[in-house]
Design a protein around this ligand. Structure first.
Ligand SMILES: CC(C)(COP(=O)(O)OP(=O)(O)OC[C@H]1O[C@@H](n2cnc3c(N)ncnc32)[C@H](O)[C@@H]1OP(=O)(O)O)[C@@H](O)C(=O)NCCC(=O)NCCS
Length: 150
């Protein structure tokens, strides 16, 4: 999908950068993490790159320019956004980068007037609750269908 919105970036005081420039993404780093994550163990690099091409991706970079985190938003930019593949590499965790990244993503003006955001998480509810995420209001109305790649 060609991205109609030009890439944007945000710089933190200590030099960490968040960017939506797809050309900056380091898929060696992104794939190395996602393939050992609890939600997509063994995922192929081809699938990670295909998923990124068809989504709005935020790369997190250290002051030296190396990629240290990632978040991916699957969206029509009008009604729904699904936040996925959020990670910060172990060596830079605990510095508020996850919080900083999620805050920027959910407040991105390009995604400001959506009807709904969704995500799944095993244990990071506390991270997302501060940005307005909560349990499904009526779980009996939601359905999911597993595909062959699940
Ligand atoms: C979750 C993750 C992105 C947080 O990144 P981080 O830069 O270390 O986090 P921060 O320093 O911004 O702190 C996150 C805050 O959320 C809270 N939190 C809640 N659940 C958490 C969880 N499962 N993991 C980490 N932090 C969590 C922390 O206590 C912290 O709260 P505080 O601001 O009151 O101190 C990172 O730990 C990570 O990559 N974890 C593995 C992948 C993962 O679980 N991703 C989320 C999938 S939904």
């Amino acid at each position: 999908m060609s991205d109609p919105v030009p890439p944007k970036s945000w710089v933190r005081e200590d030099g960490f950068v968040l960017s939506t420039d797809p050309g900056r993404l380091n898929f060696a780093v992104v794939h190395a993490y996602l393939t050992r994550s609890y939600w997509s163990p063994g995922v192929s690099r081809e699938r990670v790159e295909r998923a990124a091409r068809n989504a709005l991706c935020y790369g997190l970079y250290g002051p030296d320019g190396a990629q240290v985190g990632y978040a991916r938003v699957i969206t029509d930019r009008a009604t729904l956004a699904y936040l996925a593949d959020v990670f910060v590499l172990e060596e830079v965790r605990g510095k508020g980068l996850g919080r900083w990244m999620v805050e920027i993503v959910v407040n991105d003006p390009d995604l400001s007037d959506l009807r709904r955001w969704m995500l799944f998480t095993r244990d990071a509810h506390g991270l997302y609750e501060r940005f307005g995420f909560g349990p499904l209001p009526a779980p009996q109305t939601a359905m999911v269908r597993s595909g062959p790649a699940s």
